[in-house]
Design a protein around this ligand. Structure first.
Ligand code: NAD
Length: 507
């Protein structure tokens, strides 16, 4: 049952962003459902925990079936308005929303770190990345031109890209702003409306994202935000005839479940699932520099990144030096509460990840693996786990086949690059992969043979706003970002028009 629970709100009923709760400084906003342009509370709620100290910082509402039906009705109405809005006007509203996110960056970054744990500098850069994505999609939405196909006399074929309609978007807790922003921006730029189910672990970031769109003048119902029991929400929304596309970022098992639900109801889906990304380090690189970059990138978000480098296949001739350098740079990381500006690696986002790290490392060591650094929980409060470099691992150690989604770096020597690529491809994942070499033949071999959606050579940026991002095999299908991402939110309609043939004079 949904009731109006007193909370700090502004004159439109939106949660105020500096709702200081008496028991908890610093600030954490009241979380609401955003449906049809209004904020609402529910009687049933779930606690939100700070991963740095395991303390409750807020409550997230649980949407009822009636709330979800309201969200669908609002999104249908919102779609009618939004698809009739000019691409130029849509673009301006979206750009205004990203301007507001930039203006509010201090406050949003603080809230994101509180609920997710990542260091405050990483929260800030995630917000800026979300803004870049929104800006790029907003502008590209004005260029969804379609095309004209040559035909015989009197016949015209015109292909137009039409927005699919209401999108059900499911976003994870590891990137609480940029992942929802990517889904929302792609959908809105294409002219769709959205029901976003953001992660219950990190709801405030999504609330502040929705708030920015609301304040930017997005018409009511174009963006709706719900929280609750994930399986109930996904089965309810995906079965709803009004929902025309499903987009999900999260684990492979949940992705397969949602993809099969989407298939049952004949809905297209974008599935951005897990990875277990291989890195091929050849012997012609600056070993210390590649090890330094690898340790820093692996530490980002405490390793809870689907494109995190994980299986390092390193030329046997430089393997020991690489392991030593990696461990050396890992030791320079400062682990702690992400609100401390000097901290470079925060806690894991939830207890499930902490348990997973402990179990994967126990298994690795039991099978002969060696933890060169790390290997045990850091402290006994919050969910801290240090960077753990593991070597001498058998290929069937659990961490070598299951996505660790945490700060585990698994380093294995290779004698032959082809063999290493074969090992890299051996898992069912195929999201991102990385190669370090200045040898054109080796780059060509990786480009041709590595099974993935995103291959980065000599750097660790797997995707940007203008490039398509996604996987192959169990890592999913469909793309986010770039024109390929935008097109996923549209369908192609071919309009053939036969007119009276023009009669040409032969004189
Ligand atoms: P999980 O599979 O239980 O949940 C992952 C996400 O999916 C969460 O946000 C959750 O709310 C949502 N979810 C779960 N069941 C759902 C359902 N039936 N319908 C709709 N949404 C649902 O796992 P978890 O413990 O939260 O995360 C662990 C694993 O998830 C990691 O090992 C990693 O593989 C994966 N993950 C991947 C990404 C990514 O960026 N691809 C992000 C987060 C988590």
């Amino acid at each position: 049952m949904t009731t109006a629970i007193p909370c700090s709100t502004d004159s439109r009923g939106a949660p105020t962003q500096l709702d200081l709760r008496e028991h908890s400084m610093p600030a954490y906003p009241q979380i609401g459902l955003f449906i049809g342009g209004g904020w609402r509370q529910t009687t049933a709620t779930t606690p939100v925990l700070n991963p740095a100290d395991d303390c409750e910082i807020g409550r997230v509402p649980r949407a009822t079936a009636a709330d979800l039906d309201d969200a669908v009705a609002a999104a249908v109405a919102g779609f009618a308005v939004w698809r009739a809005t000019s691409p130029d006007a849509r673009c301006r509203i979206m750009l205004r929303a990203s301007d507001l996110l930039r203006e509010r960056i201090d406050e949003i970054a603080h809230v994101m770190t509180l609920e997710q744990g990542k260091p405050i500098a990483q929260s800030r850069s995630e917000i800026l990345r979300a803004c870049e994505i929104i800006d790029w999609d907003a502008n590209e939405g004005r260029r969804l031109y379609g095309r004209q196909i040559p035909a015989g006399p009197g016949m015209t074929h015109i292909v137009v890209r039409e927005p699919l309609g209401v999108v059900a978007a499911f976003a994870p807790w590891n990137f609480p702003i940029s992942s929802p922003a990517r889904k929302v921006a792609g959908a809105l730029a294409a002219g769709c409306s959205v029901i976003l189910k953001a992660a219950e672990e990190t709801p405030a970031s999504a609330v502040l994202l929705a708030r920015a769109f609301q304040d930017a003048g997005l018409p009511d119902g174009v963006l709706n935000l719900v929280f609750g029991v994930p399986s109930e929400i996904s089965s309810h929304l995906i079965a709803s005839p009004a929902v025309r596309l499903v987009t999900f970022t999260g684990s492979v098992p949940v992705g397969k479940r949602l993809a099969s639900l989407a298939g049952e109801h004949m809905k297209p889906a974008i599935m951005e699932l897990g990875g277990h990304c291989p890195v091929f380090v050849c012997d012609d690189v600056d070993v210390d520099e590649v090890a330094r970059q690898s340790a820093m990138v692996k530490a980002r978000n405490a390793g809870q990144v689907c494109v995190a480098p994980t299986r390092f296949y390193v030329d046997r001739r430089i393997h020991d030096a690489f392991v030593e350098a990696f461990a050396h740079h890992a030791a320079t990381l400062r682990i702690g509460d992400g609100l401390d500006p000097d901290v470079t690696m925060g806690p894991l986002a939830n207890r499930r990840r902490l348990d997973a790290m402990e179990n994967l490392v126990l298994d690795a060591v039991a099978r002969g693996g060696v933890a060169v650094t790390g290997g045990a929980r850091h402290g006994n409060r919050g969910y801290f786990y240090p960077m753990t470099v593991l070597k001498d691992l058998p290929d069937d150690a659990r961490c070598m086949v299951e996505e660790p989604f945490g700060p585990l770096a698994l380093i294995t020597p290779f004698g032959d690059l082809d063999e290493a690529i074969g090992k890299g491809n051996a898992l069912p994942f195929g999201l991102a992969a990385y190669g370090f070499t200045h040898d054109a033949d080796r780059v060509a071999a990786m480009s041709a043979r590595v099974e993935c959606g995103n291959l980065a050579i000599n750097h660790y940026t797997a995707s940007s706003a203008e490039t398509p991002f996604g996987g192959v095999k169990d890592s999913g299908y469909g793309r986010e970002g770039g024109i390929e991402g935008l097109l996923c939110y549209t369908s192609a309609k071919n309009i053939s028009h036969l007119t009276r043939p023009t009669v040409h004079s032969t004189r």
